[in-house]
Design a protein around this ligand. Structure first.
Ligand code: SF4
Length: 97
């Protein structure tokens, strides 16, 4: 447990780069997608970004907004369309209200 100095470093402890991609706890992790950018859950491993919550972030966004995203929130407008609203840092801080 030497490299505990980085924020969240523990989450990808034991991850290994393999020919298939980053292997973590027996699961191949795919890199995050553009829509994840800004999410506080993103972790970097060897210069690439991964999500500790979902090994396949792209799949998470396939059906709309990722429900674990910390940077955006989905809202359904009157016509039933899903809208993606960026969350401001200040709103995030107030989230725990
Ligand atoms: S929690 Fe969702 S938005 Fe955040 S990095 Fe993971 S998949 Fe992307």
């Amino acid at each position: 447990m030497a490299n505990n100095n980085k924020k969240h470093a523990g989450h990808l402890d034991g991850a290994e780069m393999t020919a298939q991609g980053l292997s973590f706890k027996g699961v191949i992790m795919e890199e995050i997608v553009d829509k994840c950018e800004g999410c506080e859950r993103i972790l970097e491993f060897q210069g690439k970004k991964y999500c500790p919550s979902y090994p396949r972030p792209a799949g998470k966004w396939h059906f709309g907004v990722c429900n674990f995203a910390t940077h955006v929130r989905s809202a359904v407008d009157k016509e039933g369309k899903v809208k993606i609203n960026p969350l401001k840092a200040s709103k995030r801080a107030a989230r725990g209200r």
